[in-house]
Design a protein around this ligand. Structure first.
Ligand SMILES: [Zn+2]
Length: 411
């Protein structure tokens, strides 16, 4: 994409114009058009930090597209893709990915409400991935790989049905027979994304593609597929083990690179300071390690809700539990065993957050803080404070004998 600063403002105007043109011809998005002026201009995306409110800044397509293009085109972020990609193609990519979240893809029942696995979550993960890259993670990947990871982040839950993979298997849904019964929805998401990229000739080989570009394209496509597959919670432990094993090697490389710079002696994980110093370890790390770290960054962003400021974290908890409860309603209707955390009659939201935090999240955030110090330590700090709040709410539930209730006005 490599856009120079003189043309940046003009390109922004062009993109916004194109978005408006595309939106007005696209029935699906008409209802979401806002007549208000844009709330966040592309040159303002650098004010985003991990405390950003995804429920206010990602409220309409126009603003979301603005953030997408602003982040990808901002020269300071060092994102790039091989080949000449026109800006209308970039906007088309955004709209096509968003459409992947609005389709009623094999939703098993009208009872299922996708209150969580929707485009708001996709935007949240996209922005969080960007912030983790800029918070240090970017030093491990090439500019092309970083951009591929951001595209993966936006598309990682496309075509999600709103139910667990295990539900698709237990109910003998046709998706469970498409391509093996592991990572069912993750496979559907990455295949959708690669098809979308092909249709727009982005990261897609053609007759005129030169050999070196061909390798880059293949690398980026592989990174997209692998990093989305790593978002499958069933692979969480496998990923943790793999990343824990390579962490000492990666951190040693980082210290060595810093010894050649003014930050010699700092023993913390990658930071925004390293990004500012243009530290780049991508050429020193094997492709397998780069892809593993990319997958780790995406998985961390995907489950970063518990490490966001309390008001945001609490709302995500409510939304994800609400979606789970609709699966429980369906399971009950179908005389199936109700899955864990899906029974609205006996699931305590505070308890579910405490359990998820204790058995899954604590490890991943601790490792994240070790490898990407800036983003990871902030997420870990928020998490520890949020867990205390959930413990208090659980204790109130027990004392009063009244289930916790999320109150929207708390936002
Ligand atoms: Zn997700």
């Amino acid at each position: 994409m490599g856009v120079n600063s003189e043309t940046h403002h003009w390109l922004h105007q062009l993109i916004v114009t194109l978005i408006c043109g595309l939106l007005s011809s696209c029935e699906d998005y008409k209802s979401e058009l806002s007549h208000e002026s844009l709330k966040l201009a592309p040159d303002q995306v650098n004010i985003l930090n991990l405390s950003f409110d995804p429920f206010s800044i990602s409220s309409d397509t126009e603003e979301q597209a603005n953030i997408f293009s602003g982040i990808l085109l901002d020269e300071g972020n060092s994102y790039a893709l091989p080949g000449q990609i026109s800006h209308d193609t970039l906007v088309e990519l955004f709209l096509a990915i968003k459409k992947g979240y609005s389709l009623q893809n094999g939703v098993v029942s009208p009872l299922i409400k996708r209150q969580y696995h929707n485009f708001q979550h996709a935007m949240d993960v996209f922005i969080t991935t960007h912030l983790l890259l800029q918070g240090g993670g970017g030093i491990f990947l090439s500019d092309n790989e970083k951009t591929a990871l951001l595209i993966a982040a936006l598309g990682h839950d496309a075509l999600h049905t709103g139910v667990f993979n295990s539900f698709l298997i237990r109910s003998s849904h046709k998706y469970a027979f498409e391509d093996g019964n592991d990572s069912i929805q993750e496979k559907r998401s990455f295949k959708f994304l690669l098809r979308t990229l092909d249709s727009l000739q982005i990261l897609s080989s053609g007759e005129t593609t030169i050999e070196s570009d061909h390798k880059t394209l293949e690398n980026c496509r592989k990174l997209i597929a692998e990093s989305i597959l790593w978002t499958d919670m069933a692979r969480h432990k496998e990923q943790m083990k793999a990343v824990q094993e390579i962490a000492p090697f990666v951190l040693k490389k980082l210290q060595k690179a810093r010894n050649n710079s003014k930050d010699a002696g700092i023993s913390l994980g990658a930071s925004s300071e390293d990004i500012k110093n243009n530290l780049d370890l991508s050429s020193q790390l094997p492709i397998e390690i780069r892809h593993l770290l990319a997958g780790f960054i995406l998985h961390s962003a995907d489950v970063s809700n518990l490490g966001k400021p309390w008001e945001i974290s609490e709302k995500w908890a409510f939304l994800v539990c609400s979606e789970f409860f609709t699966q429980g309603d369906l399971e009950r209707k179908l005389n199936m065993k109700v899955s864990m955390n899906c029974d609205r009659g006996n699931t305590s939201i505070p308890q579910s957050q405490l359990n998820f935090g204790k058995y899954v999240i604590e490890d991943i955030y601790s490792l994240l803080a070790k490898i990407i110090y800036d983003g990871g330590s902030e997420i870990l700090k928020n998490f520890n404070s949020n867990q205390k709040k959930w413990a208090e709410l659980l204790s109130m539930e027990k004392t009063k004998g009244v289930p916790y209730q999320f109150v929207e006005s708390q936002m």
